[in-house]
Ligand binder design. Structure first.
Ligand SMILES: Cc1cc2nc3c(=O)[nH]c(=O)nc-3n(C[C@H](O)[C@H](O)[C@H](O)COP(=O)(O)O)c2cc1C
Length: 363
């Protein structure tokens, strides 16, 4: 019987256990949106697969200055950012760990104060979201976006391609494209948001085109064996709204992407960080359309994770909040030790407190 602690191959990426650290924004990059030594320490603490994650998925990392939506999130588009990420990837590899970069464009979930002077957020649409973001002034309502022109959509595809190249240059083992949680990819996918009349709007095929182009470009650039994708077919996150036919949409997406043969899909089941049964959706049927590895996420407990892997429902399980407060989560699960509670007040922003000061078990 397969257990959580058995090795796995995700395309070309060999991982030593099936506990994945989910992408977690922590808003602690330095000036210039550059990762630094404290960030490297945080990831290194969770990287040894004997005690921690078999694979770390980095926090969301913007592909361009316009892709940023929260204060002090790191980028992967400047030489300084790449040098900062090299500190992180070297530290993870020193511990025998594996790490992929979650490459991200927030689209309309941003605020003008976070963007280059005079810019406003961009999206598939000019309709604003009713959502808040974390800015220098605290939690603020997001700014109204403008709709990308058809030509600009191609430029954003190019930014994802370049970000994937940059990730490999910075020492990452691969990338995960952020296709979840109401950000730019979902702003194209769902008919609750996308109101375009060009080839990126209207039919399911058209709404999926942006994502298919991004995944094709990223696979061409770094090879499909190093590429993953996060999806969240029914999450309400960031005011994205429900698609009128989620299974038809995501069935088409997964069928099309299966042709690219990339390494893995990470599936957020239900409302991200909320109810797993938020809206009806047959995730097992979706998985049948996909040949690659299947990682599940959202509210998994030890029991649920063991069961998911043992039953073959998933190849691996990603944990978010439990990895914030348990750098040695794999050891604690394997030895059936109690888990430390996380402190929500220190999730976003700040320094070492609530970041690198959660201890591992002694001994
Ligand atoms: C502090 C925090 C930051 C997060 N940042 C990201 C992110 O950058 N990218 C992403 O895809 N999901 C992000 N998420 C969602 C988590 O990856 C995960 O889907 C969610 O926490 C549910 O998993 P869990 O129950 O194991 O925590 C974040 C969640 C939290 C709590």
């Amino acid at each position: 019987m397969t257990t959580l602690f058995d090795p796995l191959k995700l395309g070309d990426i060999a991982i030593a256990n099936r506990l994945v650290m989910a992408p977690l924004t922590r808003d602690r990059a330095g000036p210039g949106r550059v990762p630094h030594a404290l960030n490297a320490t945080y990831y290194e603490q969770r990287a040894d697969p004997a005690t921690g994650a078999g694979l770390i998925i980095s926090e969301g990392t913007q592909v361009s200055a316009l892709g940023q939506g929260y204060l002090d999130t790191p980028g992967i588009y400047s030489p300084e950012q790449l040098a900062g990420w090299k500190l992180v990837t070297d530290a993870v590899h020193r511990r025998g760990g594996r790490i992929v970069a979650q490459i991200w464009h927030v689209g309309r979930i941003s605020h003008a104060s976070l963007l280059p002077a005079g810019e406003q957020p961009v999206s598939s649409t000019a309709k604003p979201a009713n959502s808040k973001t974390f800015t220098p002034a605290g939690f603020e309502q997001v700014s109204a976006p403008r709709a990308l022109t058809t030509a600009e959509v191609g430029q954003v595809v190019g930014q994802f391609r370049q970000a994937a190249r940059n990730a490999i240059d910075a020492g990452f083992d691969g990338v995960e494209v952020h296709g979840a949680n109401g950000y730019l990819v979902e702003q194209f996918l769902r008919d609750s948001c996308n109101d375009r009349s060009d080839r990126y709007g209207g039919s399911i095929e058209n709404r999926a085109r942006f994502l298919v182009e991004v995944m094709t470009a990223v696979c061409e650039e770094i090879g499909p064996g190093r590429v993953g994708l996060r999806l969240s077919p029914v999450t309400p996150a960031n005011d994205i709204g429900q698609d009128s036919n989620p299974f038809a949409l995501f069935g088409h997406v997964v069928r099309e992407l299966d042709k690219l043969g990339f390494a893995f899909i990470e599936m957020v089941e239900g409302a991200t960080g909320g109810a797993r049964d938020f809206a009806p959706f047959d995730f097992d049927a979706l998985r049948k359309l996909w040949r690659g590895a299947w990682i599940v996420n959202n509210g998994y407990t030890h029991e649920m994770a063991l069961q998911a892997v043992a039953s073959g429902k998933a190849d691996a399980v990603s944990f978010g909040k439990p990895f914030i407060s348990n750098p040695d989560l794999a050891r604690r699960l394997r030895e059936d030790k109690p888990l430390a509670e996380w402190n929500q007040a220190t999730f976003y922003g700040g320094g070492a407190e609530g970041y690198t000061d959660y201890p591992a078990l002694a001994g």
